[in-house]
Design a protein around this ligand. Structure first.
Ligand SMILES: [Zn+2]
Ligand SMILES: [Zn+2]
Length: 199
């Protein structure tokens, strides 16, 4: 009988980009590439064609502040429209009296972006498709990298699954969609994942 002790909740998640990396398809050559990240930036590098991309992970706030020429009050208007954020000067309406004036757009670093989870088989940093991606009855089944793929295969093929010791209430298995954990699907999903492992 095979048994497996499950991994803690955050062992395999989009945060993997900060540690072991996420394997994805290159948007240029469709070869294998890696997404990694540090606190400031996310990086993509293709292992086949060498294509590279870097994305700033900082979130900026854009606003215009003015003293209204009509009512004399000071105000700040946030610019949320991404297309408008590229301008250095914009016309904005005074929130008190509605008088429109032009003002300089100020850009302030606000925070590091919160990392979203994998969605529809794509990573959240560049929106690239995962390398280890297959589908089961129309639903995406995926792994972030080779290590994660091996974990999934071990986990789903074990006869006995145990929670890790310690205070963690949630474990890796909580990330798995129900269709992957259902006993009747497990064997077929393991087969699909093993095919990914060979490819
Ligand atoms: Zn490439
Ligand atoms: Zn005003």
């Amino acid at each position: 009988m095979s048994r497996i002790v499950d991994e803690p909740y955050f062992t395999y998640s989009a945060y993997n980009a900060l540690t072991s990396g996420i394997q994805v398809k290159c948007p240029k050559c469709h070869g294998a590439g890696m997404v990694t990240a540090d606190d400031d930036n996310a990086y993509f590098r293709c292992l086949s064609c060498g294509h590279q991309e870097t994305r700033d992970r900082t979130i900026y706030r854009y606003d215009v502040h003015n003293q209204c020429k009509n009512c004399g009050r000071y105000y700040r208007v946030d610019i949320e429209d991404e297309e408008k954020q590229h301008f250095s000067v914009l016309h904005v309406a005074c929130p008190y009296c509605g008088t429109t004036m032009s003002g300089e757009v100020h850009k302030t670093a606000e925070a590091f972006s919160y990392t979203a989870e994998i969605q529809d088989g794509r990573e959240p940093y560049f929106g690239l498709e995962l390398w280890f991606l297959t589908s089961f009855q129309g639903k995406p089944a995926w792994a972030l990298n080779r290590e994660h793929l091996a974990y999934l295969i071990d986990y789903l093929s074990a006869d006995l699954r145990e929670k890790p010791l310690g205070r963690a209430k949630k474990t890796q298995a909580d990330h798995l969609p129900a269709f992957m954990k259902t006993a009747k699907n497990r064997e077929r999903i393991v087969k699909l994942l093993k095919k990914l492992q060979e490819g």
